[in-house]
Design a protein around this ligand. Structure first.
Ligand SMILES: Nc1ncnc2c1ncn2[C@@H]1O[C@H](COP(=O)(O)OP(=O)(O)OP(=O)(O)O)[C@@H](O)[C@H]1O
Length: 470
């Protein structure tokens, strides 16, 4: 039954070919020992050339050395060549400042790739099974939101000039154990597999039993789901690539611009995928610090009524909307001194190019009367507000003295360096009256008896020159 199932799965996915050289990754655990025996069993029929690969990660002291010896001796008995290696994972981990699992995986796959070259191998067979696949998919679902990251492990994928294949994805752990028992296959037990300290083990111990209780064929369903997601994603990726290559997108190494209406004419699925493609392009890698919250923020600025909005993405990437133009661009030092002009809704906020933000609300901290906070009677001003840099001839009405003061003189009084003056934010009302030169000067406004108070606050999570010096 076991053989039949695996044969059928392999046929369905065209995993094997006549006279292939197949490397088998054997840890000594039940899955890979079963895989070794299974492939040995069909070797003659297919004319395979088999070589086992086994790795001691130097992580479990004498136990992992014993595992390697055990695998080597079983291979000897079966007449299968075996390549073993001892990898210094602890040193690699220290040197590259990565976790144990990441270091072990990286070094193991590097060794596998070298062996693929050395043996001019067609395939590397791995012992992952259907239960591993269920754990993988649920772990990925818990971790992120993008469908393309939620598929499970590939049944086959390119690797080291050949392919990685996983013939056991159609069977369960229990079926493998039964197979081992029936054929008297011995194996090593790795105690760390039972520790719930590892995320995967926690899913294995808590999530898997529940799912199996609901449906004992869950592994088949998840395997099919994973393959369907792969197919759908391949199709959508092709569409997205084509859209992204179109003349709509003006691409420079550190900047992408496009017309908002043309972008909105595409389906939302295409829009979301293109958003990620833009980020891959600009970051030059798949970013792992961008989440679906960023996409939601981007959607908001696309749909907002205000034509001037911006959002900050990780690593100094900024998205600016100015009327119908969207620009993704990195903030650079010299960009700090460029002029800007944003609308500020109440409640609402604008993110400024230097990373500070101006927040507007109806119920601010009225007691907090400091230079980072501004409060005024809303009946005395015209909404919406604007946040912008200075313009020639700008003046502000001052408290305690008649008349107005030139913004230029204000900067001189406060010893604001020349290079910061063109990027200093000020808040005006819709009639152009300057209300607040942020953190420097508040306007004198007529007293009112309103109960509608508008609060403005400037904030920065990082240390800002503007908040620090003012
Ligand atoms: N030390 C190792 N040496 C060779 N191959 C390994 C090693 N560790 C893992 N592999 C390969 O990766 C697959 C999945 O590894 P995983 O850690 O999930 O399983 P395992 O605990 O090593 O036990 P098993 O051999 O039963 O799969 C194994 O089936 C095997 O093909």
């Amino acid at each position: 039954m076991f053989n039949l199932k695996v044969d059928q799965f392999a046929r369905q996915h065209q995993l094997f070919k006549q006279h292939a050289t197949i490397l088998i990754a054997v840890s000594g655990g039940p899955d890979s020992m079963a895989l070794l025996h299974y492939l040995k069993g069909i070797q003659h029929h297919w004319g395979f050339h088999l070589v086992a690969l086994t790795v001691d990660h130097s992580l479990r002291g004498a136990a992992s050395e014993e595992d390697v010896k055990f695998v080597t001796s079983v291979c000897d008995d079966l007449g299968v060549a075996c390549e073993s290696v001892t990898l210094d994972v602890p040193s690699y981990k220290e040197q590259h400042q990565v976790g144990t699992q990441v270091a072990a995986r990286h070094m193991r796959y590097q060794f596998f790739a070298e062996q693929m070259q050395k043996h001019q191998a067609d395939m590397l067979a791995m012992g992952h099974h259907g239960d591993d696949q269920v754990e993988t998919v649920f772990m990925r679902m818990a971790r992120g939101a993008e469908p393309q990251h939620m598929k499970g492990m590939d049944v086959r994928r390119p690797f080291g000039g050949g392919q990685i294949i996983r013939p056991f994805l159609g069977v369960t752990k229990a079926e493998i154990e039964e197979y081992c028992q029936k054929h008297d296959i011995h194996y090593c037990v790795d105690a760390s597999n039972a520790s719930p300290a590892y995320t995967r083990n926690a899913f294995r111990l808590h999530v898997l039993p529940f799912l199996k209780e609901q449906n004992r064929k869950v592994h088949e369903h998840i395997q099919a789901y994973s393959e369907y997601v792969s197919e759908d994603e391949a199709f959508l990726k092709e569409q997205t690539d084509r859209f992204f290559q179109s003349s709509l997108f003006h691409k420079e190494p550190e900047e992408i611009r496009f017309d908002l209406n043309a972008f909105l004419a595409a389906s939302s699925s295409l829009q979301r995928r293109t958003f990620h493609l833009i980020l891959n392009y600009l970051y030059q890698e798949q970013p792992d610090d961008v989440t679906y919250h960023h996409w939601e923020q981007f959607k908001q600025i696309m749909k907002a009524e205000s034509p001037h909005l911006s959002i900050n993405l990780p690593r100094n990437l900024m998205v600016l909307r100015s009327y119908e133009q969207i620009t993704f661009t990195f903030l650079r030092e010299d960009k700090d001194s460029e002029p800007f002009h944003f609308y500020l809704n109440v409640p609402g906020k604008v993110l400024l190019p230097d990373g500070t933000s101006v927040h507007a609300s109806w119920d601010g901290p009225s007691l907090e009367q400091n230079e980072h906070h501004f409060m005024c009677d809303v009946n005395k001003i015209a909404l919406p507000l604007h946040v912008r840099t200075r313009r020639a001839g700008d003046r502000i009405a001052l408290r305690g003295m008649d008349g107005h003061k030139k913004i230029k003189d204000l900067f001189i009084d406060h010893k604001v360096p020349q290079k910061e003056r063109d990027s200093w934010p000020m808040v005006t009302d819709h009639n152009g009256r300057i209300l607040w030169v942020v953190s420097l000067q508040k306007a004198r406004l007529e007293a009112g008896d309103s109960i509608d108070w508008l609060h403005l606050t400037v904030k920065n999570d990082d240390t800002s020159r503007r908040m620090g010096n003012a």
